[in-house]
Design a protein around this ligand. Structure first.
Ligand SMILES: [Zn+2]
Length: 244
């Protein structure tokens, strides 16, 4: 009897060399049509996919959610096989194309919620005392002193409620491997340029640091006011006792 579900065809996955070949054909085909894909190139073949703090923190954030944990892993193999043939980040939207078994890559879209005003203010006020390290952000460096503030709950990284996704394949509802691949691939983009992270969360880095600086100056002025009134008090007391 012939089975309706044929496990060998339904669940088998293309192997890495097949994916790599098809991905390369898709990139060439896009070029011929005048489209420029920006493929994701994984630099590691085992262990952590990402090299930078931003990339690794992005992946660890995804992996800590039980909803994602069981589904994400199959995305890694796709990324390492070069299946993410294009990935663009604009505002809070990631648009990507992922090579699967069929000739044309699947279209994946992932939307990340903008960091809420409330959480943004909380982070800014916690960063206040570490303003020098925040300035390192503008120079494109990673401020080690801020990592706990960035990665704590309600920190900079999005929770599953703030992430929505879709894929043009028939299996996307429960996070298909194409979406999983793009989730990881985003981390590799952050390795190349961590400013994409801020773009994705709708944070204007310069404004973020300006607000933190202004708050800091305000705090310093308040402290200075307290000090100068204490000095005056002392002077008044001295004059009372005729001491110059
Ligand atoms: Zn899919």
């Amino acid at each position: 009897m012939k089975h309706y579900w044929d496990d060998t065809t339904v669940y088998s996955q293309p192997d890495a060399s097949e994916l790599r070949k098809k991905a390369s054909d898709s990139i060439k085909a896009a070029q011929k049509k005048g489209r420029k894909y920006e493929p994701i190139v994984a630099r590691t073949q085992r262990g952590a996919l990402c090299e930078s703090w931003w990339g690794q923190a992005w992946c660890s954030n995804l992996e800590r959610y039980a909803d994602y944990a069981s589904r994400l892993d199959r995305g890694k193999r796709y990324v390492r096989s070069g299946a993410v043939v294009d990935l663009q980040i604009r505002n809070q939207i990631v648009e990507a194309r992922v090579q699967g078994r069929r000739k044309t890559p699947y279209k994946v879209e992932i939307r990340i919620g903008r960091l809420s005003e409330e959480n943004c203010q909380k982070i800014i006020s916690r960063c206040n005392k570490k303003i020098e390290s925040m300035e390192a952000l503008i120079r494109g460096q990673f401020p080690e002193e801020l990592k706990d503030i960035f990665t704590e709950k309600d920190g900079l990284f999005p929770s599953p409620q703030e992430i929505s996704f879709g894929c043009s394949c028939p299996d996307w509802a429960l996070m298909c491997k194409h979406v999983a691949a793009v989730m990881y691939a985003i981390g590799i983009r952050f390795d190349e340029n961590p400013f994409y992270f801020f773009e994705l969360r709708g944070i204007d880095v310069e404004r973020f640091i300006d607000v933190a600086l202004e708050n800091r100056v305000e705090q310093m002025l308040k402290n200075a006011d307290c000090k100068s009134s204490r000095i005056l008090d002392t002077a008044d007391v001295s004059s009372l006792f005729g001491v110059l």
